[in-house]
Write a protein that binds this ligand. Structure first.
Ligand code: IPE
Ligand code: IPE
Ligand code: MG
Length: 246
């Protein structure tokens, strides 16, 4: 039996977050340039989005470029930006066909202008789609996001629009870039690294973490289904004891 058949579709995670890692090593293993790994990684993204649509995952958020990734060699940064632009334009039609809405989070204004414009365009033309929301985290860092939220709340208190007492978890979460989505129930990181690398720190407070040695360009929907099967075997206690759960 394949992993897909083992999934209980009545208990799917609503939101899956993925740290897509290992493109460079995948390319290097084959004696190729790192960029070849990034290009191949796009095929994985396409397959995973279709896998999510296939089984009914409502939100997929993928870490495509971190704030820290600006520190890579300029040639790699430029190649990633060009790949991003060509991919979103090429995929617009398929996103619409699959009823997928494109979204982006991060410090988007730091991206090249062409990137900003094309992203806005594809987000607009897919904005009516309802099956799945694909969020690209671009120039994203969770510490940046949390600081921005804190600054906005401080400004609102200063302007006497809200009181200090009104700042609670919901009010804080409403200031984050993920305000419109539930927190991810499952976060996957490929390539054998066991760290979070500044991704969604607030939102993963109670997320189930799944690590696989598979490098991102080798990751396909069957691997996603395997992660979901693993997730469904876990007992999420949220601080309680087993006996209290049912
Ligand atoms: C993930 O793969 C893609 C990005 C961070 C943009 P890497 O480029 O980090 O690949 P490795 O980790 O060096 O193998
Ligand atoms: C995390 O991967 C960022 C993305 C996947 C976009 P990195 O490869 O940049 O993370 P570190 O440097 O290994 O922590
Ligand atoms: Mg990496």
């Amino acid at each position: 039996m394949g992993f897909k058949e083992q999934i209980d579709i009545t208990r799917l995670p609503e939101h899956i977050a993925i740290i897509m890692d290992g493109n460079g090593r995948w390319a290097k293993n084959q004696g190729k340039f790192r960029v070849f790994g990034h290009e191949s990684g796009v095929l994985s993204v396409k397959d995973i989005v279709e896998g999510c649509v296939d089984i009914g995952i409502k939100y997929l958020t993928v870490y495509a470029f971190s704030t820290e990734n600006w520190n890579r060699p300029i040639e790699e940064v430029n190649a990633l930006m060009e790949l991003l632009i060509s991919t979103i334009n090429q995929e617009a039609e398929t996103l619409n066909k699959n009823n997928v809405r494109l979204n982006a989070i991060g410090d988007l204004k730091s991206l090249p202008q062409k990137c900003i414009d094309d992203l806005a365009n594809v987000m607009e033309i897919t904005s009516k789609n309802t099956k799945c929301t694909l969020t690209l985290a671009l120039s994203y860092s969770a510490k940046w996001e949390i600081l921005e939220a804190a600054k906005r709340l401080a400004q609102q208190v200063q302007a006497e629009e809200i009181t200090l007492e009104e700042i609670n978890e919901d009010a804080f979460a409403a200031q984050l870039t993920t305000a419109q989505m539930p927190d991810p129930e499952l976060m996957i990181r490929t390539s054998g690294e066991h760290r979070v690398s500044n991704f969604l720190l607030w939102q993963i407070a109670y997320t189930e973490l799944y690590f696989t040695e598979t490098l991102w360009p080798d990751f396909r929907r069957e691997d996603l289904f395997e992660a979901i099967v693993d997730y469904q075997k876990r007992e999420r206690r949220f601080g309680k004891i087993s006996e209290q759960l049912n």
